[in-house]
Write a protein that binds this ligand. Structure first.
Ligand SMILES: [Cu+2]
Length: 154
């Protein structure tokens, strides 16, 4: 027997208590990451009523995130993947814990449909990502030139 061993239930209770934010705690501890988005952009569409959008979702939480829908006030949005050159609509994308999911040209992409107006370069399109069991993430997606290619990082 190890007399110093603390029962797991006691440890959990202590974590829950400190996690609830007593006023003694200064910085928030780093156990709870969140879901964020980087590199969002929309190439200025050639079509009046359809556009594509790209972004990278970063899941800093300790559990898998499930992207279940995307909405925008500019029109309807669907999530597509590209398989063998053909687009396929998906209703769910998984992002592993501490992982990321890229929507990029020639691969996964967001498809905007039935646009209320044609997005022009320099404008911003508001997009909301909805996750199962996590808060939605609002993205301000800048509209770039039709031929814009993002810099590859690093
Ligand atoms: Cu598509």
């Amino acid at each position: 027997m190890r007399p110093l061993a603390v029962p797991a239930a006691v440890l959990t209770a202590a974590l829950v208590l400190t996690g609830c934010g007593s006023d003694s705690g200064s910085g928030s501890d780093s156990t709870g990451g969140d879901i964020s988005v980087s590199g969002a952009y929309m190439p200025q569409p050639v079509s009046d009523d359809m556009a594509a959008g790209y972004l990278t979702i970063v899941n800093d939480t300790g559990k898998k995130a499930e992207l279940v829908s995307v909405t925008s006030d500019i029109g309807e949005v669907t999530m597509h993947e590209t398989v063998g050159g053909a687009m396929e609509e998906l209703t769910r994308f998984s992002i592993p814990a501490h992982g990321r999911l890229a929507f990029k040209s020639g691969a996964n992409h967001l498809m905007f449909d039935k646009l209320k107006h044609k997005p022009e370069q320099g404008q911003t399109v508001s997009v909301e990502l909805h996750f199962a069991g996590a808060d939605p993430v609002v993205v301000k997606m800048p509209v770039k030139s039709a031929t814009y290619v993002p810099k590859t990082g690093h």
